[in-house]
Ligand binder design. Sequence first.
Ligand SMILES: NC(=O)c1ccc[n+]([C@@H]2O[C@H](COP(=O)([O-])OP(=O)(O)OC[C@H]3O[C@@H](n4cnc5c(N)ncnc54)[C@H](O)[C@@H]3O)[C@@H](O)[C@H]2O)c1
Length: 445
Amino acid sequence: MPEARTSLPPTASRLIERFEKRQGRIGIVGLGYVGLPLAVTLAESGCTVIGIDQDSAKVEAIQRGESYIEDVPASQIAALVSAERLSASTSFETLAQADGVSICVPTPLRKTGDPDLSFIVSAVRAIAPHLHPEMVVILESTSYPGTTRELVLPELEKQGCRVGTDLFLAFSPERVDPGRKDWTTANMPKVVGGITPACTEVAAAMYAQAMSAVVRVSSAEVAEMAKLLENTFRAVNIAMVNEMALMCERLGIDVWEVIEAAATKPFGFMKFTPGPGLGGHCIPIDPLYLSWKLKSVKYTARFIELASEINTSMPRHVVRRVQDLLNDAGKPLREARILIVGVAYKPNVADMRESPALDIIGLLQEKGAAVEYYDPYVPALAGDGIELRSVSDLNKAAGLADCVVIVTDHRALDYAALAKAARLIFDARNVMAASGITDPKIVRL
Ligand SMILES: NC(=O)c1ccc[n+]([C@@H]2O[C@H](COP(=O)([O-])OP(=O)(O)OC[C@H]3O[C@@H](n4cnc5c(N)ncnc54)[C@H](O)[C@@H]3O)[C@@H](O)[C@H]2O)c1
């Protein structure tokens, strides 16, 4: 038995032993981009996983052995379901037999820009009646530091649970990057911070059965803050390079060449590239959870606020650049036909959450342009006042457009054919030059 284990309560030691022998039963609440890969990774390691989601369509898909997340093959789900290592349900009652439960529900912002923790609260309240001794509860949803202790812990204690003695509670941030093949749920180091040291050990043991590296930290707050440091680092650096693009434009300097030159420095520089704005569930949102929390202690998170301001201004900048290009060609934007290429928030996925393409399309439409789009991953757009279907023939639509705007650089596209077909291209991702295509009709951000 490892030395640290001797000071653990017997309940913790028994739980850890069950995880180590792959005899644990684990519930995953929220089977989305984070929860489904986690459920499959844990089930692959040999333990029994019960997935719970309020969305019956997702539950039924898993029961049928189907996948709705690009990174998780249906064949893998089908094999785990038929081996009875993975099941799915809309009911929380199955948690009565669980040794561990991981909460992977959304943490969006409200319309006011404040954190919306209602999904965490409703999940914890649904779990609460099924809590029992010798169980670990782990929050994975990204939130501000203090959420696990201030929001989740009281709900567990209301059930009479003694956290750290008979029930264990920890925070462990998820770092999945949908679409990525080299770093997956299984090989990504997993940070774990418990409410007590025993909570950390039990939670670490649950993940260690399936993940190659578990990083223990001294508290849930450190784990919560580590996730926000990672995402704030991205948001601030993207904003900095976006501002660099704005400054270079005013000075008549090519920002892309500047970045490539700076990136030849072998140390002390990390390459970030400008773009049409931030997207996804994490980078545009998570830092705002932190700045919101800081307001409660009367501190303004200046880097976060400034980064958010610059990043959210980028769609408007793209539209202004397109308007200027059309002006130079003697075409008013209100009479122009614009083709947006790529609308997902990042390449090679269908994820539209917070995609800057939506803002760009909305702004172009507001100015009277006729907007079409092409995205092989996103057949239709509905909502936010936008109702569009992807054009089926990219090059034909490009030939008819006054300007093609590349917003997302999906790998599968034939950029050489697109360059040939289009009359004018605004490339917000520098994908044309990166593909070795240069032409005076291609203008980059
Ligand atoms: N998507 C990512 O790349 C990513 C990466 C790292 C961290 N995160 C964080 O992980 C969390 C989950 O994100 P996601 O992308 O998986 O979200 P998602 O929207 O893809 O999935 C969440 C799932 O939770 C379900 N759900 C919501 N409330 C529920 C409830 N009360 N009971 C049962 N099921 C419920 C929803 O039906 C949905 O299927 C968020 O906090 C997010 O910030 C996401």
